[in-house]
Design a protein around this ligand. Structure first.
Ligand code: HC1
Ligand code: SF4
Length: 579
């Protein structure tokens, strides 16, 4: 081991450790901006992590960046000298010189790592702010989902690293030189026409408001406040377990009841559950899969994750015929809200507007697909990310912590099974599908409902499941994160694997850690485990645990769709993809 002192305190360090990690292990705070430990990112560009070192042998004081300076035996490190504090202050002031100073109107206000740093160094003035230069920086609002605002970029390159190393998409690059060195899309393209798939992982790691979703809160409020319209809201399986944190509740708290009350309070007319539609998807996709297995088409890929669909369309169009044609739960619910619901409730479909709350940025892309609209009107009228929903509630003066929970009261599309609930985590769609497939084939339920062999957190997991009947054992795989997806897609295209059914979720962890979920400063996916556990608990405590046993799903087929994959169901609940 190596021994050194930090601010006079004796510290033991590991070989190859940096001064920053050693200081952190000894509970000594050193400010950082570009660095992000969770993704192993230390580009050393922001230079706010400077410390002073003194090496007795050289009798020399030196200022170094702690994030990329290795520890050495006998070092004396000082983190709070006047020289260090002045340098940190100057660095932050220089960062602010080329940063839009409109914190009050920034969506990241109060949750911004640069604001925190300005407070930490005690910044009182901003002598070098160059408004003209800053305002000339690019704002790319070409995409329906992600806005890239270079007026707020601090060049930390975390977005570039996560897109390249974690998602394997590599859509972002650093371009330009000197003060014009900035993040851009590869080949100078805009977001819409680039190879970006809108997964939103870059947004999760951005320390400022440079990356964010297209803000559509006012559009949602316009619908809610219009007395002529009937507004329907739906929220995704994962949102309820990944939202309470915003209001100070422990990670993984299930706030379904509070969300229902909040929606009522802001004036939403009908509150539906995307979980119900997840059960419908299992019915449609399950029967579709059996038909494909009978005809020898394999594998079938799930298609509920819109960033995965974007990825397939942009990066691997040859794989598109293998994607299930079943619409995603979001789109199934929106379509039914404008067909089945009006028929049941006697409302004109023209007067219905569907708002969906999703932990996902790519759902905004999905909602504007031309094939997911009727006569030019989208089935889903507006998608709000979990972050936007939090901002909307704050704008309406609602604190979720102080609101009494309540229950769904819609008799048509709000009941869900445990199988629908687990869609929100990696492996959940597969587990839900197997529960129903087994029952359809064998006319009895699985003895063991919880298919623990499908659970876990490895990027790719595979299993063999005995479906019984003519199908016998089938090979399934579950994959989350796009780097892993790329690997599995290539093995399929090269005929190296022979899976029957593959679940893909673009975001590492699945929807519980979706690119539209709440952001945490200085960390990447910190709450994954707590959220997953709550999702599995919802399944365990839900009365009905298989999609085909959901009473409202049964009524939907009896009263409206006739049967899974019926002509009507195929017309309303299936889609196609474009290459
Ligand atoms: Fe998801 Fe899905 S699970 S895609 O991850 O199939 O966003 O939560 O809503 O549509 O149900 C997201 C979550 C979500 C859909 C469902
Ligand atoms: Fe890359 Fe996803 Fe960000 Fe697009 S949204 S730039 S694919 S991380």
């Amino acid at each position: 081991t190596i021994s050194l002192t930090i601010n006079g305190k004796e510290c033991l360090a590991y070989e190859n450790e940096t001064l920053l990690t050693c200081a952190r292990r000894h509970d000594i705070y050193v400010p950082t901006l570009c660095e992000l430990d969770d993704i192993n990112h230390t580009p050393g560009t922001c230079r706010v992590c400077v410390v002073e070192i003194h090496q007795a042998c050289k009798d020399k004081h030196q200022i170094v960046t702690s994030c990329n300076t290795p520890v050495r035996n006998g070092m004396e490190v000082l983190t709070r000298t006047k020289k260090v504090r002045n340098m940190q202050k100057l660095q932050v002031e220089l960062l602010m010189a080329d940063h839009l100073q409109d914190c009050a109107t920034c969506s990241r206000h109060g949750d911004c790592e640069l604001q925190d740093l300005a407070q930490f160094v005690g910044l009182k003035e901003n002598r070098y702010f160059n408004r003209q230069l800053t305002e000339s920086r690019e704002v790319d609002d070409s995409s329906p989902s992600i806005i890239r605002d270079m007026r707020r970029c601090v060049r930390c390159q975390r977005c570039v690293a996560v897109c390249r190393n974690y998602q394997g998409v590599d859509a972002l690059v650093m371009s330009g030189t000197g003060i014009d060195r900035l993040v851009s899309l590869r080949d100078g393209l805009d977001q819409l026409n680039s190879t970006c798939v809108s997964c939103g992982q870059c947004v999760l790691v951005c320390p400022t408001g440079a990356l964010g979703e297209r803000d559509e809160i006012d559009k949602a409020l316009d619908f809610i406040c219009d007395p002529e319209l009937t507004t329907v809201i739906q929220f995704a399986p994962a949102v309820r377990v990944a939202f309470g944190e915003e209001f100070g509740m422990p990670a993984g708290t299930n706030v379904e009841g509070q969300m229902i009350s909040a929606c009522r309070k802001i004036g939403v007319d009908i509150i539906l559950d995307t979980n119900f539609a997840a059960d419908v998807v299992i019915m449609e996709e399950g029967i579709e899969l059996l038909n494909r297995l009978k005809s020898g088409t394999k594998p079938t890929f799930t298609s509920c994750c819109p960033a995965w669909v974007n990825f397939a369309e942009i990066h691997y169009p040859d794989i598109l015929p293998l994607l299930s044609s079943t619409k995603s739960p979001q789109q199934v619910l929106s379509t039914l809200s404008k067909t089945y619901l009006p028929e049941k409730m006697g409302i004109s479909p023209d007067k219905i507007r569907v708002i969906s709350i999703m932990p996902c940025t790519a759902k905004k892309d999905e909602a504007v697909r031309p094939q997911l609209s009727q006569d030019g009107r989208p089935d889903t009228d507006v998608v709000l990310t979990t972050r936007e929903f939090a901002r909307l509630l704050r704008r309406e003066g609602i604190d979720l912590k102080h609101i009494e929970p309540s229950s769904f009261d819609d008799p048509y599309m709000s009941e869900y099974s445990g199988a629908g609930a687990i869609f929100g985590t990696t492996g959940g769609v597969m587990e839900a599908a197997i529960r129903t497939l087994y029952a359809v084939i064998n006319d009895k339920e699985l003895d063991e409902i919880e298919l623990t062999q499908l659970r876990g957190f490895e990027g790719v997991r595979s299993a063999t499941v005995d479906l019984g009947g003519p199908f016998g054992k089938v090979k399934v795989a579950m994959c989350h994160g796009l780097s892993e997806t790329r690997t599995i897609v290539e093995t399929i295209l090269n005929r190296e694997t022979d899976f029957d059914f593959i679940e893909i979720m673009a975001c590492p962890g699945g929807c519980v850690d979706g690119g539209g979920s709440l952001r945490s400063k200085k960390s990447y996916l910190p709450q994954a485990q707590a959220r997953r556990e709550t999702i599995y608990n919802v399944d365990r405590t839900t009365k009905v645990r298989q999609s085909h046993n959901n009473e409202q799903v049964k009524s939907l087929y009896k009263d409206f769709l006739e049967a899974p994959n019926s002509e009507k169901a195929r017309h309303l609940l299936h889609t196609h993809y474009s290459d």
